[in-house]
Design a protein around this ligand. Structure first.
Ligand SMILES: Nc1ncnc2c1ncn2[C@@H]1O[C@H](COP(=O)(O)OP(=O)(O)OP(=O)(O)O)[C@@H](O)[C@H]1O
Ligand SMILES: [Mg+2]
Length: 363
């Protein structure tokens, strides 16, 4: 599906704005604080019923107004879909799909997949392990049934165990029960993550070789502090049991997938520690593009991509490569400026200018 048009009323710094999009590339050019991110937020909101920022609904209403409305029309070869979201300052919120009220915002999504790509995603290689775990978790929750509940189970028991480790006297039989449960859900998490990283490894190798013109060999490896083995649930338990005394001393659980990481290397060199900034960003780009490919394969739909301010962080060749490789997806790109060389090499699309909450079509 692609988004045909959107209408914003009293949304953020927009008063009344209707925009018709290209089914290919849409580029929004504007200075800082003009409404670029707000527009992407509006698009996202129409698919998910909520913002990608953690804000209260009320904050989406233009200052001084008492409601906001965001409506959109989307279509593919066979179907048309309209959505409407109305938010009032007293907290009431109404969501409609094809004119009919929907109760859960998850019903909106149906066949629209939206991936947002921001400068933060480009830092995933150099950031701390927690960011890489979050990347895996977010992806697996979307594509693997059961992963979210494994994760919830694991986190719940982990929290209980960590609290209990700080108690004065420890009941080892009780610890034993938790350790068995942690080992069960933890093993499932590690297994699914390993599978996923192997798949990303395969896809990103190809993509990365394309971006670097065959110069670099990217390699991804899931790094667990529990060694892999056929009966790893048993091994996981043994590790937990062996670490108990240490864990009691430190008051925290030292073994398990909550401490795992992904090792990302190029030609055998660990990029997190030794990669140049450019290498780290290019590897991050390859990961993000692989994420898109996986959604396409698993869901059979080309996701719509929102690229907020990503271009300015890449050099001209990378910019062109990125946009070209996504040529068949509908793209929404915001940027403060676009290089003419890049612009000339772009697939056809639409240019927009955003000034103080007003969008004008350039071509
Ligand atoms: N509820 C609101 N009502 C009115 N204006 C708002 C509201 N929320 C945010 N704004 C304003 O919208 C303006 C544009 O914000 P936005 O994040 O879209 O800018 P941007 O064009 O993406 O800028 P940058 O290039 O710096 O990322 C901001 O100056 C902000 O103060
Ligand atoms: Mg912005």
């Amino acid at each position: 599906m692609y988004i045909k048009e959107i209408e914003l009323t009293n949304f953020r710094n927009y008063k009344e704005q209707k925009v018709s999009f290209s089914r290919g590339v849409n580029i929004f050019i504007g200075k800082n604080a003009q409404g670029k991110t707000n527009l992407l937020e509006g698009i996202y909101l129409n698919a998910f019923g909520k913002s990608f920022k953690s804000v209260r609904d009320k904050e989406l209403i233009r200052f001084g107004e008492d409601y906001c409305r965001i409506s959109s029309a989307a279509e593919d070869e066979e179907n048309e879909l309209t959505t409407e979201i109305l938010i009032q300052s007293d907290g009431r919120k109404g969501i409609k799909k094809d004119g009919i009220k929907v109760i859960k915002s998850s019903e909106l999504l149906d066949r629209i997949y939206i991936i947002i790509f921001s400068p933060e995603d480009l830092r995933i290689v150099k950031d701390e392990p927690e960011k890489r775990r979050r990347f895996i978790n977010r992806e697996l929750c979307q594509i693997r049934a059961g992963y979210l509940s494994d994760l919830n189970d694991y986190n719940k028991i982990l929290k209980q165990r960590n609290t209990y480790l700080k108690e004065k006297s420890i009941d080892y039989d009780l610890m034993d029960i938790w350790d068995r449960q942690l080992a069960a859900s933890g093993t499932r998490i590690i297994r699914k993550r390993k599978q996923f990283i192997d798949r990303i490894d395969e896809i990103s190798r190809r993509i990365h070789s394309g971006i670097t013109e065959g110069q670099e060999n990217l390699e991804l490896q899931y790094e667990s502090n529990i060694p892999a083995s056929d009966n790893s649930e048993e091994i996981f338990y043994d590790y937990l049991a062996a670490a108990r005394e240490d864990d009691i001393r430190t008051g925290t659980t030292s073994k398990g997938p909550h401490r795992d990481d992904i090792k990302i290397s190029a030609d055998g060199i660990d990029l997190r520690r030794f990669g140049s900034q450019g290498q780290q960003r290019t590897a991050a780009l390859s990961l993000k593009l692989s994420e898109i490919k996986i959604i396409e394969e698993e869901k059979g739909e080309k996701p719509i991509l929102l690229l907020d301010d990503v271009l300015s962080e890449l050099d001209n060749d990378r910019q062109t490569m990125l946009i070209r490789s996504l040529g068949e997806n509908q793209l929404f790109i915001t940027t403060t400026e676009i290089n003419e060389n890049v612009a000339r090499r772009l697939p056809t699309g639409k240019y927009f200018k955003i000034v103080n909450g007003e969008v004008t079509s350039e071509i």
